[in-house]
Design a binder for this molecule. Structure first.
Ligand code: AHG
Ligand code: MN
Ligand code: MN
Ligand code: MN
Length: 336
């Protein structure tokens, strides 16, 4: 538990000044993203009263029917970030191609990617949802910005985090020096540091996977889950619990808080796709947060943060969380 009333701004100034970890422009960018998340939280909390539930009647580049809040959250993040001078361009789950900061605004040196509203299937049933974001530096070897500038491995991120719109609105962030959690104090209107170092236990008794896909899984995933289900009389010698919220941001937050393993693996339903989740604005930011908290994140065979992206919206198989469990699942994959 953090000792005193440290705001996000003070925390970032200390990371910037004391540790020299983040340049002023990056601090400004993160403060703008946090303010945008506060705005999104207000819309989320209005629900039916704000006319934000239900579908927008359009489809996104992923082939998903967009919810009204998907679009609202996307617009809030674009409008909040485009004029500040710290960004060159943005990319989003909800936009086909990149959004280059208009010429009327100063161009910055950062690239921002986001899943503006993660867990959309939970919006209309009042279950926790969130915003996931990732920051890269724009390559400085050429003028202007193009989509290829975003195609950097996750290990190149300079900041990553999420805002979880749950019973509390919490912002969880890493700039490469561990994972900090801030809780929104609505009276002050600011995010207050409530955990200065989130850590994932190496072992766990809790797994998160959508069990309805069991018949479609590959053998290593099936083997791992069967062993968990066999309980204390099985090869693992302990009983496991299962959780599946269907909001990655909520499942990952639980794992950062008390451990666990989260899996959205490749399955036979769409064999040509490596998985359901998107690399650039879901898997990469979450993988960095998990590693910064002492956990691990692979696609079953290699570290997610080492994957060289080929396309902006490419998908990836995700296994992340408690280090010893992720290593076990990965070992099972590498044995095949
Ligand atoms: P999004 O709402 O941004 O499209 O992401 C939803 C993702 C992720 O949040 C969650 O873990 C997963 O979809 C749930 O998938 P299933 O509904 O297939 O379980
Ligand atoms: Mn979606
Ligand atoms: Mn998502
Ligand atoms: Mn989304």
């Amino acid at each position: 538990m953090a000792s005193q009333n440290i705001s996000l701004t003070r925390y970032l100034v200390e990371q910037q000044r004391v540790d020299g970890l983040i340049p002023g422009q990056l601090r400004l960018l993160l403060e703008v993203v946090a303010r945008a998340c506060k705005r999104i939280s207000l819309s989320v909390n209005k629900g039916a009263l704000g006319g934000v539930l239900g579908t927008a009647g359009s489809e996104n580049v992923q082939g998903e029917v967009q919810k009204k809040l998907d679009i609202i959250a996307n617009e809030v993040l674009i409008e909040a970030n485009e004029w500040g001078g710290h960004l060159a361009a943005m990319a989003s789950e909800e936009m086909d191609s990149i959004y280059v900061v208009p010429n009327r605004y100063p161009q910055g040196e950062y690239l921002l990617m986001f899943d503006p509203l993660d867990g959309s299937s939970n919006i209309d049933v009042n279950v926790s949802i969130g915003t996931i974001f990732s920051v890269l530096k724009k390559p400085d070897d050429h003028p202007g910005v193009q989509e290829a500038d975003f195609l950097q491995a996750g290990c190149k991120q300079v900041a990553a985090g999420y805002c979880l719109y749950g019973p509390q609105t919490v912002l969880v962030l890493t700039v490469g020096d561990g994972v900090a959690m801030f809780t929104l104090d609505r009276e002050q209107g600011s995010f207050i540091l409530t955990t200065d170092k989130m850590e994932i236990p190496a072992d766990t008794k809790e797994f998160a996977i959508n069990m309805s896909n069991m018949r479609h899984w590959d053998a290593p995933v099936k083997r791992y889950i069967d062993e968990c289900l066999a309980g204390k009389d099985g090869p693992r010698g302990k009983d496991f619990n299962m959780r599946w919220i269907a909001s990655m941001v909520t499942d990952v937050h639980r794992i950062l808080t008390r451990g666990g393993v989260f899996m959205y693996p490749w399955d036979k339903r769409e064999p040509e796709k490596p998985g359901k989740l998107r690399l650039m604005y879901e898997a990469n930011p979450m993988a960095w947060l998990v590693e910064q908290a002492g956990g691990a994140a692979t696609n079953g065979r290699e570290r997610i943060l080492d994957i060289q992206p080929q396309k902006l919206h490419e998908r990836v198989s995700v296994i992340l969380g408690s280090k010893n469990e992720v290593e076990r699942v990965t070992k099972y994959h590498l044995e095949t």
